[in-house]
Design a binder for this molecule. Structure first.
Ligand code: HEC
Length: 160
């Protein structure tokens, strides 16, 4: 009986050892970062002017295409209007004149990659500081973003 008790005690002690160990080791348990911070790769000239995202080449822009405008307007009213006014700030910046401020590729990249734009592009970073809300990706496809651009071009021409 006595040996049995003794054995139990030893086992309990053995089980306690790792617990005691982990309590003392505070300092060494945190991995210390000795790596220098990774340099952000500089943006290309294209990215600086036209944004970062799936649009990496100049897109074709011609006369305003009315079918594309209609398609773009429908998506815009469904997915953008709740945060953007044509004139004056709302949750996000005014977009009635965005085609004057930005290139079509820039607007498409902002629509298609809003989180990347506020993280990595100087204009996006500045906008996030100003508006303090991150524009969420609205589940818009590339051809839909192109249609929205057409609608915003149309809007700008009609109102200026
Ligand atoms: C939940 C609100 C919200 C929705 C919905 C939203 N946006 Fe935004 N948008 C913002 C905010 C806020 C910014 C400023 C950047 C930031 O903080 O993320 C912004 C920035 C932009 C910009 C950059 C403007 C500039 O001056 O360069 C464009 C373009 C844009 N949005 C287009 C759209 C389009 C098109 C849609 C619909 C597909 C849309 N947004 C939907 C909130 C929104």
């Amino acid at each position: 009986m006595n040996t049995y008790k003794h054995l139990l005690k030893s086992i309990t002690l053995l089980l306690l050892i790792p617990v005691l160990y982990s309590c003392g080791g505070e300092e060494s348990s945190e991995p210390r970062s000795t790596q220098p911070p990774v340099e952000e790769p500089a943006l290309t000239e294209f990215e600086l002017e036209h944004g970062i995202g799936p649009v990496t080449e100049p897109i074709e822009i011609g006369d305003i295409d009315p079918d594309l405008v209609t398609k773009g307007r429908n998506i815009y009213e469904m997915k953008c209007e709740m945060c953007h006014n044509y004139q004056g700030r709302m949750v996000g910046p005014e977009l009635g004149n965005v085609m004057e401020r930005r290139s079509p590729e820039f607007v498409m990249n902002f629509i298609l990659n809003p989180s990347g734009m506020v993280r990595e592009h100087p204009v996006g970073q500045e906008l996030l500081r100003e508006y303090m809300t991150a524009m969420p990706f609205q589940n818009v496809q590339k051809d839909e973003a192109r249609a929205i651009v057409e609608y915003l071009r149309y809007y700008y021409e009609e109102n200026n």
